[in-house]
Write a protein of this length. Structure first.
Length: 184
């Protein structure tokens, strides 16, 4: 049986304490450093995690969770791929359907009902999976639109694709199959 993995979710307050925390967690044997993704209310997770990547070598780094309701798939996949590049393959991605009404308001969108949020979540999750796998994505649905979106840079890490973390997980570059209705 595989031993349990322990991760810590934190938010940076300043560069020195953030990078010191990353170093302590890695030295302490933690599996991952995770940070929330609440646009307008928290630091940018991918910028903060890139700083942590610069001072660590092993610990996983990821969002917990990125809100699929206000994140566009190409931009989100690009951020994750860049983190994966600068961390030598240690990026993780967790997605949520978006329960915080203020975040929808700040991006000028009306918060959909639960079914609408789940539909958008599934569309964003599948688009991110495809983009991170090197596929071209075109979507013309009510939830997400993209026209021949493709990540041409940065190149995927040689260690593999970032993977989601959360309650119902599977590698984001896994083969076909139904998407989970909830990650994180």
């Amino acid at each position: 049986m595989k031993p349990p993995a322990f991760s810590v979710q934190a938010q940076p307050r300043d560069a020195a304490s953030w990078t010191a925390l990353a170093r302590r967690l890695e030295a302490g044997g933690y599996d991952a450093l995770l940070t929330a993704d609440h646009p307008g209310a928290t630091a940018s997770p991918f910028v903060a995690l890139a700083a942590a990547a610069a001072v660590t070598e092993r610990i996983g780094l990821g969002s917990y969770v990125s809100q699929a309701g206000v994140r566009e798939p190409l931009l989100l996949a690009s951020d994750v791929a860049t983190l994966d590049l600068v961390s030598d393959g240690r990026a993780r991605l967790a997605l949520g359907a978006g329960h915080t009404p203020a975040e929808w308001d700040m991006v000028g969108e009306e918060r959909p009902d639960v079914a609408g949020r789940v539909r958008r979540f599934r569309a964003v999750a599948e688009a991110c999976r495809a983009l991170l796998a090197g596929e071209t994505v075109t979507l013309d649905g009510p939830e997400v639109r993209a026209s021949r979106a493709r990540l041409t840079a940065p190149a995927r890490s040689s260690t593999g694709c970032p993977s989601p973390s959360g309650a119902a997980t599977r590698p984001c570059c896994a083969g076909p199959g139904p998407m989970p209705t909830s990650w994180g």
